[in-house]
Design a protein around this ligand. Structure first.
Ligand SMILES: CC(C)(COP(=O)(O)OP(=O)(O)OC[C@H]1O[C@@H](n2cnc3c(N)ncnc32)[C@H](O)[C@@H]1OP(=O)(O)O)[C@@H](O)C(=O)NCCC(=O)NCCS
Length: 161
């Protein structure tokens, strides 16, 4: 039987329900963001075996709308780990369940931190890339980290401490 701790990847699968509709008749963007957070949390908790909190959500690009009644797959993978943080790549695929084809609706990187019972950052198992694709994804996470530092420097000019 698969041990849930240290599992690197998870996929949530479900149908987009009518309760999730926006004013244009498609799935609400906020709903997709909730799915991303849920898949990311599940992946981070499964990898670390600990309770985790979202510390950062990268730019979310909505590429294609999701239709009500379509089959949605939210795939979350660990692509980088620090001491307490896990960088998770999330891809949202959707398509008509009557057909096999699915299109990528959304992609983003979300960062979770494992926390202890006092809400303080706690260590996580180290993830090591095993394939060429893993190495590319790890480099992607590292590149985004350095870009994020520049963005945050810029944002601090406008945010009160
Ligand atoms: C997550 C939290 C515990 C981190 O506390 P902190 O005092 O900032 O801790 P640290 O500075 O030691 O950083 C902890 C980790 O978060 C990472 N981190 C901090 N800010 C980050 C950011 N903007 N982007 C990505 N990672 C970040 C650090 O790099 C560090 O990772 P590492 O241990 O792998 O090196 C704290 O910020 C918190 O509780 N935030 C609210 C979380 C929450 O409630 N989320 C739900 C949505 S509201």
């Amino acid at each position: 039987m698969l041990n849930t701790a240290h599992r690197r990847e998870i996929t949530l699968r479900f149908l987009a329900e009518p309760s999730e509709v926006n004013f244009g008749g498609k799935v609400h963007g906020g709903t997709v963001m909730k799915w991303i957070d849920q898949a990311g949390y599940t992946c981070a908790a499964a990898w670390s075996g600990k309770y985790c909190v979202t510390v950062y959500v990268g730019g979310i690009r909505f590429i294609h709308p999701i239709h009500i009644g379509h089959l949605v797959e939210v795939r979350a993978r660990v692509i980088y780990t620090g001491r307490s943080s896990m960088h998770i790549a999330v891809d949202v695929m959707a398509g008509d369940p009557k057909q096999s084809e699915q299109t990528k609706s959304t992609h983003c990187i979300i960062v979770f931190v494992a926390v202890d019972e006092n809400g303080k950052p706690d260590s996580v198992p180290n993830w090591q890339p095993e394939s060429e694709e893993d190495l590319t994804l790890q480099a992607y996470a590292q590149k985004l980290m350095s870009l994020r530092n520049s963005i945050e420097e810029e944002m601090h000019r406008y945010l009160p401490e």
